[in-house]
Design a protein around this ligand. Structure first.
Ligand code: FES
Length: 511
């Protein structure tokens, strides 16, 4: 590896760095609206765009800034090629439902394309083929089986042993005519359109509960109420569960992206490998140069290892296959996967048809978020939608990967117990700058981070969701929970749910 290449010190997403967004105020009083949307990512903003177009009164709140969650940290592929999935969908849901799943993704792509055309949105939209590749003999038969599934579903595709990106491969499955774009350039215009149609946006406003009633109310951390007819939870993890038991029906995974310049010209296409660890590659045009986005290295959050090693692994991969001339950005994302790999989109429980949830996108948020906004909007407008049944959260399907979930929940129990016992006897005064440790303060497991100005931040490491112990994420400087993926800043503020409350702060004695 070229030792002159420096890893960017702080994680920053290219999407966020290349678009400027306005700030919105914090909600300071109780209000009334037709539709209350929680979460300003692709689902929330697309739903707000669609609903305000119909003349409805819509209010959107976000716990931080809009477009700063998963949507701001995506790889932004608009594709129906969601990894190797169609053979499994046919076996589990039947051919008709697998066809619907594929069609829903194509419709989402078409919707994005039409919207770009209608509003003349300049968002680097490009038609690209999508490729799943493998260089491992163990995955050859999986790609063949997946190709047979594509044939059954009439998906325009090709199985071969080469692709435009020059890396060693043994088999490649191409899905033709997919797309990629700059998600924030696109969603900024949708938000502007919705604002001009009357949308109200409030930032730094955390929803903590829903009062379920004929007319539900969103309750914020400060105790304000948003009284509405419908609530849309577009907040990634549903903050209101309604006894839908979502934490036991989904698991989180973190993944990483490095954005680099290489001496090579990018040959076009969007790529992902079949094996583990995942590696995916696409490019964006930055100032007339190719910026290569190399993503992957998925793992469960909060497992306690250094997360920088995942960035380093991606950097090594990029250096080995393409060469790196400049390392421009790095960032990470967290995604949720449902029991049967199909997102949960629809009423949060069977009995609550005015409180919706949209979650479990399994890293394919651009298509799934657009599908969710359309399904929920149609439901509110009382219009038929061909896909709502497939995605409904209360569906029951015997689950092929139930063992995986039993394992996940056993893992949660293990972290509940073992996490409490894991800490060091480090003296906080010996902590290096920009580093953290877990120690004991007054008998309590405490996480301490020292910033670059030697300022110490100490938090009680007990997660506010269900009491597991959070661990330090050195790559992003966050405290991450291994159980259901809640994440907190080093000051203890919630970055990602299901936790709703910040970690307790701990007073340190003068060291
Ligand atoms: Fe569930 Fe921490 S205990 S996210």
């Amino acid at each position: 590896m070229n030792s002159d290449i420096n890893i960017p010190q702080f994680p920053k997403s290219y999407w966020q760095q290349s678009v400027s967004l306005p700030d919105f105020p914090k909600l300071s009083e109780s209000i009334k609206t037709d539709i209350g949307i929680v979460g300003g990512g692709i689902t929330g903003i697309t739903a707000a765009y669609l609903l305000t177009k119909e003349g409805l009164d819509v209010t959107l709140i976000d716990a931080g800034q809009i477009l700063n969650g998963v949507t701001g940290h995506t790889t932004a592929k608009i594709t129906a090629q969601h990894g190797i999935i169609y053979d499994e969908l046919i076996k589990h849901f039947g051919k008709d439902n697998a066809t619907l799943y594929h069609q829903a993704c194509l419709d989402a792509k078409q919707f994005i394309e039409n919207t770009i055309r209608t509003h003349h949105i300049d968002c680097d939209y490009q038609q690209e083929d999508a490729y799943i590749f493998t260089n491992s003999d163990a995955y050859l038969s999986q790609l063949e089986t997946e190709k047979e599934a594509y044939n059954q579903l009439d998906i325009d595709s090709e199985l071969s042993n080469s692709m435009p990106l020059e890396i060693p491969v043994k088999s490649v499955l191409k899905m033709k005519n997919q797309a990629q774009f700059h998600p924030l350039k696109y969603l900024k215009i949708l938000a502007d359109e919705a604002l001009s149609n009357g949308l109200q946006i409030y930032e730094e406003t955390t929803a903590t509960d829903v009062e379920h009633n004929k007319r539900p109310a969103i309750i914020t951390r400060e105790g304000e109420r948003i009284n509405c007819q419908y609530v849309i939870q577009a907040s990634h993890y549903p903050f209101y569960d309604g006894e839908g038991f979502y934490p036991t029906r989904m698991y989180p995974e973190r993944s990483y992206i490095v954005a680099v310049k290489t001496p090579q010209h990018f040959p076009g296409g969007m790529y992902i490998n079949a094996e583990s660890p995942t590696h995916s590659v696409r490019s964006v045009n930055m100032d007339d140069e190719d910026l290569w986005l190399i993503a992957g290295e998925n793992h469960k959050p909060g497992q306690g290892q250094s997360t920088m090693k995942h960035y380093e692994a991606l950097q090594d991969y990029a250096a080995k296959h393409f060469g790196i001339s400049e390392y421009v950005y790095r960032w990470s994302a967290q995604d949720l996967t449902t029991m049967d790999k199909v997102p949960y989109i629809g009423p949060v429980t069977k009995n609550e048809d005015n409180v919706f949830v949209a979650t479990g996108y399994r890293k394919w948020g651009m298509t799934n978020g657009t599908i969710a906004a359309q399904i929920i909007t149609d439901r509110i407008l009382d219009k038929d939608n061909p896909y709502h049944k497939l995605y409904t959260p209360s569906r029951f399907q015997a689950d092929p990967s139930i063992r995986e979930f039993t394992k996940m929940n056993a893992d949660v129990a293990k972290h509940m117990i073992r996490g409490k016992l894991e800490y060091t006897n480090d003296n906080v005064s010996s902590l290096k700058t920009d580093d953290a440790t877990v120690t004991r303060v007054n008998g309590k497991r405490t996480g301490v981070y020292k910033d670059e100005d030697n300022q110490l931040y100490a938090v009680d490491t007990t997660c506010k969701h269900l009491g597991c112990e959070v661990n330090w994420n050195s790559g992003d400087r966050t405290w991450d929970c291994p159980c259901h993926g809640s994440r907190y800043s080093y000051t203890g503020e919630v970055i990602e749910g299901p936790a709703k409350e910040p970690l307790n702060k701990v007073e340190l004695e003068q060291q």
